[in-house]
Design a binder for this molecule. Structure first.
Ligand SMILES: *[C@@H]1O[C@H](CO)[C@@H](O)[C@H](O)[C@H]1NC(C)=O
Ligand SMILES: *[C@@H]1O[C@H](CO)[C@@H](O)[C@H](O)[C@H]1NC(C)=O
Ligand SMILES: *[C@@H]1O[C@H](CO)[C@@H](O)[C@H](O)[C@H]1NC(C)=O
Length: 376
């Protein structure tokens, strides 16, 4: 099909679909502008059922979490990023889930007890790096994703405090941190983003008093994956990461994702709308910036409170390793293409942002033509 014919096909056939989805309703105040300075300021639910019909919601979990809610059936949607040893990740509530099907409902899984959440299962985090800057903290690492209820082979997606209707993914999810606390108590982080899938993760939280939360923790480049949004040795060097490598470093500031310099000119990349189909080219490569003062840790020193994996998750865990899906080198075209189909089949489009599949940087750069198939 000639490019112009393809364009007409896309416009005519897909336009009504896009129109229908642009009627997503937005709350009066989006999640990332709601202020609950400390966890105790949060309501039971930020988006409770109201009787009105919304495009998404109500919230499936809750934000008041305590010793009563703590444990492996917790539906707590308030989480903490206080350090490499004291972190939480959003993950599904039910074993063997796809992120694309659960992005609005994921819940907090934490390394430490005391927050009223589920507790991470031992073996979940296999290696990780925390990069600290004045503007953001970023943790990237490798995981056994079946231990956080994500189906083996799922390329996952992006979760953030925006979401297609401003209610966040998960809907009503709150993040707190002592990273920039003035009183040693965890304070609210309004701009955050998590990529999880492909046995990798990135979680980034932005300083509420920072200069550019919307830039460093932006929500609009979800389809180009964690390599572009969270450049680190875990996400763009590929292949040289040892399990058991844990470190905390000071870091230079990354370039705001999407901003790059070409022939001396500062350029800005915007992700094309999903209705236009696969992303064929990305005009730049992400760069992992310099870090310093790195301190190394062992998993056993960091993670003393994680729980023994349940039968369900260890069963799926062993099937994951038998299919070879557990290292960074598994980012192959075949694996990506398979789950990309499910992901896009179940996704609604949005002007703002939303969860998406990973576009592995290595594939995107090494084979633009090959990568087109991945986003089908
Ligand atoms: C503990 O959390 C539950 C669930 O959110 C809530 O109903 C209960 O009031 C909380 N208890 C205390 C003492 O805050
Ligand atoms: C799409 O998502 C819905 C609800 O989240 C789920 O019931 C359904 O099975 C999913 N479909 C596919 C093809 O995964
Ligand atoms: C696609 O979704 C179906 C139904 O939800 C599931 O059975 C299948 O395993 C999924 N395939 C992949 C590759 O994720």
């Amino acid at each position: 099909m000639a490019p112009s014919a393809l364009f007409i096909f896309v416009s005519v056939v897909l336009a009504p679909h896009v129109l229908a989805q642009s009627t997503l309703d937005f709350p009066a105040t989006p999640l990332n502008q709601l202020s609950y300075p400390h966890p105790t300021d949060a309501p039971y639910q930020i988006y409770p059922p109201t009787g009105a019909r919304y495009t998404r919601g109500p919230q499936t979990g809750y934000n008041i979490c305590n010793s009563t809610t703590e444990g492996q059936s917790s539906m707590c949607q308030t989480m903490y990023i206080n350090g490499l040893d004291d972190l939480c990740l959003w993950g599904p509530a039910t074993a063997n889930s796809l992120i694309a099907n659960t992005e609005g409902e994921v819940i907090a899984h934490c390394a430490k007890t005391g927050y009223g959440t589920r507790i991470m299962q031992s073996g979940l985090v296999k290696g990780a790096q925390l990069l600290k800057t004045s503007e953001y903290w970023m943790i990237t690492g490798i995981i056994d994703q079946t231990l956080i209820n994500i189906q083996a082979g799922d390329n996952g997606g992006e979760l953030d405090s925006g979401g297609q209707d401003g209610r966040g993914n998960p809907i009503g999810g709150l993040v707190y941190s002592t990273a920039w606390a003035k009183d040693n108590l965890p304070t609210q982080i309004q701009w955050w983003t998590e990529f999880i899938g492909n046995n990798q993760f990135c979680i980034k939280i932005c300083n509420p008093d920072g200069k550019n939360e919307a830039g460093y923790c932006q929500h609009t480049l979800d389809r180009i994956g964690l390599g572009y949004n969270c450049p680190s040795k875990y996400t763009i060097d590929g292949g040289n990461i040892a399990e058991g490598d844990f470190e905390v470093c000071d870091s230079n500031l990354m370039t705001v994702p999407g901003i790059y310099v070409e022939n001396g000119q500062t350029m800005s990349y915007e992700q094309p709308p999903e209705a236009l189909g696969q992303i064929a080219t990305i005009p730049y490569l992400p760069v992992a910036v310099a870090s310093s003062n790195c301190q190394k840790f062992t998993s056993s020193a960091l993670y003393t409170q994680m729980v023994t994996p349940t039968a369900t998750s260890s069963a799926s865990s062993s099937s994951a390793s038998s299919t070879g899906g557990h290292t960074i080198t598994s980012r192959t075209a075949t694996a990506t293409a398979a789950s990309a189909m499910n992901t896009s089949a179940n996704r609604s489009s949005s002007a703002m942002t939303m969860s998406s599949i990973f576009l592995p940087v290595i594939v995107a750069v090494a084979g633009v033509v090959g990568s087109m198939a991945l986003l089908a």
